[in-house]
Design a protein around this ligand. Structure first.
Ligand SMILES: Cc1cc2nc3c(=O)[nH]c(=O)nc-3n(C[C@H](O)[C@H](O)[C@H](O)COP(=O)(O)OP(=O)(O)OC[C@H]3O[C@@H](n4cnc5c(N)ncnc54)[C@H](O)[C@@H]3O)c2cc1C
Length: 403
């Protein structure tokens, strides 16, 4: 692996920087300065994702004929790093990074033509219908029934923890089409419209954002919901194969660039906050050692990601080693948000977004303190979603270490 950038790479880096300077406007920057998790509300996400799409950079890893960028490994690295270091919003993954790779790998030509362009342009919002009450880690035990009736499946049951179901136009969904044999063998993968009669969405309130505008997860109920058989991806009862393929994309993200930006922010805060001895927090030996330990972990993760991603061609899943990236990345996210909370101290107390004023006026503490508590609470779930870290360790033991 050659880590030195060529003159072409450096020119590309400048091109990305110049584009960000123009596209990442003051409105987006202001909103992102208060983001708890690197994302914005739906309007903000769509605004940013459309800018990327207009530039042709919305889906770097897709095949070029469907709108991918054809980046080299070093261009992909530079692109991710520049966006992350500038603190731009993370594109919402459900359509672009989760559903699309499955459609590309296993969908029909009609399904590709129908779904890929509106995913690319962010005109259609997707949610993920995998988990059910009692079927999270043990996903193969899922029970939501899909019974054939003519050219339709009829769905009954419920999905839970469904992120942004309230914003979604479509859901990709695992359903039980057979109870014969092993549970994995009776699952099918469906695409369905969220405005189909019989679907009801109920919000689940979480600690990181009790306000309606902050609501993220839901339970979705299905009561005799009719979904055309033509909306199935691949073969009936083969959905487990497609579902696992998708999970490798869900977990196979580069964490290090985002973590570097999070560390940059906490260091900036620590130059302004005061330590117990009255000096700057950034000069406090205990705080410095915590920062140094985190920087070492993030550098090590960055090296691992460079090695893994440089060996992968565009559009290919990372494989089971994605479990390692997910564990180390999510645990570093949690450690950094905890350190940020420590840095801002009591200013983190009034964390409910409803109480925030649009400017510093009326708010306890500096602007940078306001997202500290929501962010801390938000990242608690990073070691649960996309498959809990305990489950990732089981996967690594079996699939990577061969134990
Ligand atoms: C914020 C958030 C957003 C989410 N968004 C979505 C979404 O959009 N769509 C979707 O389908 N799902 C979503 N999920 C669901 C997520 O994938 C599940 O929460 C996760 O897979 C864990 O399942 P569970 O909650 O049922 O916990 P359980 O499976 O009940 O696990 C409980 C605990 O037991 C541990 N455990 C379970 N089995 C084992 C084992 N074999 N070995 C060791 N430890 C074990 C787990 O690690 C965990 O600590 C989301 C979850 C969260 C928290």
């Amino acid at each position: 692996m050659d880590l030195a950038f060529s003159p072409e790479d450096l020119a590309f880096q400048q091109e990305v920087r110049d584009w960000i300077a123009g596209a990442y406007d003051d409105d987006l920057r202001r909103k992102m300065s208060q983001s708890k998790n690197g994302y914005l509300d739906k309007a903000g996400q769509v605004k940013w994702q459309k800018k990327l799409a207009e530039r042709g950079w919305a889906a770097p890893d897709w095949p070029v004929e469907w709108g991918g960028c054809g980046f080299t490994a070093s261009q992909r690295y530079i692109f991710n790093m520049e966006l992350s270091l500038a603190g731009t919003p993370n594109p919402s993954p459900m359509g672009l990074k989760m559903c699309a790779p499955v459609i590309l790998a296993f969908g029909t030509e009609e399904q590709k033509k129908q779904h890929l362009p509106p995913i690319l342009s962010s005109d259609i919002w997707w949610c993920q219908g995998y988990s059910e009450p009692g079927s999270g880690s043990d996903l193969a035990s899922l029970q939501m029934k899909a019974e054939r009736d003519g050219d339709d499946y009829v769905l009954n049951g419920s999905k839970i923890w469904t992120t942004h179901a309230q914003w979604a136009d479509w859901m990709f969904c695992l359903v039980r089409t057979s109870t014969e044999g092993k549970p994995q063998n009776g699952i099918s993968f469906l695409l369905l419209r969220m405005d189909t009669p019989g679907i009801q969405i109920k919000p689940l309130v979480t600690l990181d954002g009790p306000a309606e505008s902050e609501q993220e997860i839901n339970q979705v109920f299905f009561d005799n919901v009719r979904v055309p058989v033509s909306n199935r991806i691949g073969e009936e009862n083969k959905g487990w194969t497609y579902a696992k393929y998708l999970l490798e994309f869900e977990r196979g993200n580069a964490y290090a660039p985002g973590l570097m930006n999070m560390l940059k922010k906490v260091k900036r805060i620590a130059t302004q906050e005061v330590a117990d001895d009255g000096g700057r927090l950034i000069d406090d030996p205990d705080f410095r050692s915590k920062i140094a330990n985190l920087e070492i972990s993030v550098e090590a993760l960055n090296a691992a990601e460079l090695r893994i991603f440089s060996g992968r061609s565009a559009g290919k899943a990372v494989g089971p080693v994605s479990s390692m990236l997910k564990c180390v990345g999510s645990e570093a996210q949690q450690a950094i948000t905890e350190l940020t909370l420590e840095a801002v101290g009591t200013y983190a107390a009034p964390f409910v977004r409803d109480t925030w004023a649009p400017t510093n006026e009326g708010r306890a503490g500096p602007d940078y303190a306001a997202p500290a508590a929501p962010s801390y609470f938000s990242y608690r779930k990073a070691s649960i979603y996309a498959g809990s870290n305990e489950i990732q360790r089981n996967i690594m033991a079996k699939m990577v270490l061969g134990l």
